[in-house]
Design a protein around this ligand. Sequence first.
Ligand code: SDX
Length: 426
Amino acid sequence: MADKVKITYKDQEFEYPIVEGTMGDVSVDISKLRGESGLITLDPGYKNTGSCESKITFLDGEKGKLMYRGYPIEQLAEKSSFIEVMYLLLEGELPTARQLERWEKTIKSYTYVNDRVRKILNAFPSNAHPMGVLATLTSSLTAFNPKAVDPNKEEDMYHAAARLISKMDILAAWTYRKSNELELNEPDSNLSYIENFYQMMFKNNDKFELNQTIISALDKLLILHADHEQNCSASAVRLVGSSHAGLFASISAGISALWGPLHGGANQAVIEMLERIQSDGGGLQKWVDKAKNKDDEFRLMGFGHRVYKNMDPRAKIIKKAADDVLGQLGVEDEILDLARDLEAIALKDEYFIERKLYPNVDFYSGIIYRALGIPNEMFTVMFALGRLPGWISQWKEMRQTFQPIGRPRQVYTGAQTRNYVPIDER
Ligand code: SDX
């Protein structure tokens, strides 16, 4: 018989079923709690609250494990490709050769971006943060693709995903070109998804050449960022989409949520922190002590995680890749040594050990992006490009399982009932 949880309240006893996931994760289903007991739960930041059942990604925070559709991230990072991982997340299975060919072709068929989008892009000042530009341009795509996606028509959903993925590649590169006042490059459908992105970012003349070390490093980084179950931005995409707002509008909300330095914006904040430490020259212990000091707002960016209480498996892979990529490119970067030393000191420090604070996905990723010539303020755009197939998969699953509109409750602690006072009596 399935386990239950008993709650006793005001001499009444209530029972709620245990729901067990396929990897042994356990929860209590309280969907009837308020109707039966009048109680709601209070859980700021949803630290103990599951918002949905999902088949897309599994994390084991204690063991530091991550799987997309059952495949361990280590195997996908080593053996798969970003274009294939997109398909896996969206369709639930690894594609056959024919399915992969059709998927790639469909993405390439959607590289046209309406000229008015360029006008919107040009309206931004060049110092506008690329994440704000990208969120706006993504939302603007609704104006040029007004037909709402029917998530329950597979073909409709397939093409909507391909369309958005294709355009995001272009918009991401254009935000970089715009912020550097460079001419916009056109997409080249003879190239792979990542080659096309890279040439659109950096091609300034016909002598431009693709470097396959860079392309494969980007491919691995985008795989590692592709999904991460119900993180802040995926939850934003699900919540916005649960009102049946369109796919582009929901993804635009996800981009805005990812921008925050506590979330995807951390990859930019890590490098800024390391550069600050480097120029300070005051040694690392001083900064580790600052991070531990409750009266100091400084935090060790790229450290800690809501779910991982062990090393983020992605950070392990990226840390090794940073060595490989910088070595292959012949790039020396003191910041990498600084990051390693900082990690070593923090991991021996009681404060970090006690709180199970380890490097997360953002701690080393910026070091590779720097080596690939990508500027700091574009790091979170790279995160968004990687996370896009995950966001779309989450949106698709939420709509295809007919999730109700998300509408949390609250505990009200404001003024009790009182009567209006005319202004001349106040
Ligand atoms: C991402 O959710 C995901 O899956 C996200 C992500 C994804 O792929 O989508 O993995 C991507 O967002 C990774 C996280 C990137 N953010 C950062 O690196 C910012 C720095 N980290 C912290 O701000 C923090 O660790 C969070 C935001 C990541 C998690 O915060 P929580 O879960 O709310 O934990 P908390 O803030 O309550 O911290 C618990 C304790 C506190 O100390 P005490 O009150 O118990 O004394 O740990 C301390 C915190 O002060 N702490 C840190 C710290 N992180 C937590 N102290 C110093 N430096 C840090 N980085």
